[in-house]
Design a protein around this ligand. Sequence first.
Ligand code: ATP
Length: 251
Amino acid sequence: MSNPIIEIKSLYKKYKNSEDFSVNDISFNIDKNEIYGILGPNGAGKTTLISMLSGLIKPTSGSFTINGLSPKKDNSKIKQIIGVVPQEYALYPTLTAKENLLFFGSLYGLKNDYLHKAIDEALELMGLTKFANKKVDQFSGGMKRRCNLIAGTLHNPKVLFLDEPTVGVDVQSKKAIIDYLLDLNKKGTCIIYTSHHLSEAEEFCTKIAIIDHGKIHATGTPQELVERVANAENLEDVFISLTGKELRDVV
Ligand SMILES: Nc1ncnc2c1ncn2[C@@H]1O[C@H](COP(=O)(O)OP(=O)(O)OP(=O)(O)O)[C@@H](O)[C@H]1O
């Protein structure tokens, strides 16, 4: 039985300087406890969609609710129950990992012992304990991405939005990130993530939406999608079948 935590109705986004809709009439629901992958080629509209849902940009039209709350009426309540981990690092390079996390944790209203404990546990899970007091500008890309993820999740959000959380990191960092996210999901966080790693998404996600040119082309479990497309053996076959082989270069 469906038990949606996010309900999206006819969502559109047209940027001011653009002639086309980057998100073009998208409607779908995301159930509690899903790990929901938003997949699509470059320029498909993934970041635009996730940025609207996480409150970073406003839709041109349409509506959505998160846990029954509307951003038009309950924006501050929504902010308390969501976590957002954008593609760009949110961290302050000249502060240490711990100083950054104390700052982000306090933004969520976490305090004292509770905050210190949450930071220590997350640093340990991410293999960053011994670098807690090092400045973030000395960190590798993988370490920054792990620290960035902790910064967006210290308050145990009900819903977590992640834009390409494993982009540009080595296999070890990727595994640490995925294990951390699986653990959060087991504790009750619904995860919505965008990625270009189709085999990662096939393994990690419970549900997937394939989007292109601002529209949803298919939704389902990875297995349902593979079964639905003739001769598809994996998600990559499904992806190519639905979005074609044409390159998406734009200048
Ligand atoms: N700030 C902006 N102003 C104007 N157009 C934008 C802006 N941001 C994105 N776009 C356009 O909206 C469309 C969707 O972009 P978006 O970044 O959402 O795609 P994406 O699927 O996340 O792509 P990628 O995989 O490359 O990150 C593209 O045509 C892009 O050029």
